[in-house]
Write a protein that binds this ligand. Structure first.
Ligand code: IPD
Ligand code: CA
Ligand code: CA
Length: 258
């Protein structure tokens, strides 16, 4: 029942995303200049809420544009109505709807839907991860130096030790390909599907990673924070890999040399 509602909800959000993609929509800035929200983000969020609230009016919701709709429920829906909004606003087809479902603090389901590329990723705790119904698994690359990585950068630059640019520089100086797609949820799903060997990012919100981190785990990968501790989507840093290059990437991110 929850899984059905999850699928209906991502599809409803995806329909709005697709409807507005390459069309006209209003754009507003939230705080910093390039941190945007469009009419489509609001429309997608509204459509997703409608599906969830009709089926489960008493469930807790955390969603990027609305914040928390607190309820005394062990189930919590964690929603990013459009992940990759800047891509979306520029007509770049790397954007998606991302929804994770938590049961008593444990992520049990995740769905990430990119309606432009027609890719639906679903993860179910203990049951694996799929892309358009086909099982996916992480890559088996075991050498960081020959890996293909992906990362993202925060809207406001983080000037810290071992910050985004320092890590990026170390990897790039070794000629390791590091992509920057602009959607953390898609970065995680593409890592789950073996297109990337690893993903890291310094500052995400729970809605960016809720569904995607479960996708990587269920596809056989490993997800930790930037220090190698068990991952929680309620803290900012993430390293998600195929498992085999995890310690090598962790070593670089914690200040080690390649
Ligand atoms: C952003 C994307 C991006 C990541 C940013 C996120 P949004 O989400 O996931 O890849 O680097 O940190 O905020 O704003 O497009 O929903
Ligand atoms: Ca996001
Ligand atoms: Ca968003």
């Amino acid at each position: 029942m929850i899984k059905n509602t999850l699928l209906k909800a991502v599809e409803a959000g995806g329909k709005e995303l697709k409807h507005f993609f390459n069309g006209s929509f209003t754009i507003a800035s939230k705080g910093s200049l390039n941190d945007l929200v469009t009419e489509a983000d609001h429309a997608a969020e509204k459509a997703i809420f409608k599906v969830i609230q009709e089926a489960f009016p008493s469930h807790f919701i955390l969603s990027e544009e609305t914040g928390e709709i607190k309820q005394d429920s062990k189930i919590k829906w964690i929603i990013d109505p459009i992940d990759g909004t800047i891509n979306f606003a520029n007509g770049i087809p790397i954007c998606c709807v991302s929804i994770g479902v938590e049961d008593e603090g444990k992520m049990i389901l995740g769905a990430v839907y990119n309606p432009i590329m027609n890719e639906m990723f679903i993860a179910e705790r203990g049951k694996g991860a799929t892309l358009n119904g086909n099982k996916i698994s992480v890559s088996d690359k075991d050498n960081l130096l020959s890996s293909c990585l992906v990362t993202g950068f925060p809207y406001q630059y983080l000037d810290s030790e071992n910050g985004p640019l320092q890590i990026f520089e170390k990897l790039i100086r070794k000629a390791i390909p590091v992509r920057r797609l602009g959607s953390a949820a898609i970065d995680l799903c593409w890592t789950a599907a073996g297109r990337f060997d690893g993903f890291y990012e310094h500052k995400l919100q729970a809605w960016d990673s809720a569904a995607g981190f479960l996708m990587v785990e269920e596809a056989g990968g490993k997800v930790t924070d930037l220090k190698g501790n068990p991952y929680s989507p309620y803290q900012p840093g993430i390293i998600a890999t195929n498992g085999k290059i995890h310690d090598q990437l962790l070593h670089v991110i914690t200040g080690g040399n390649l």
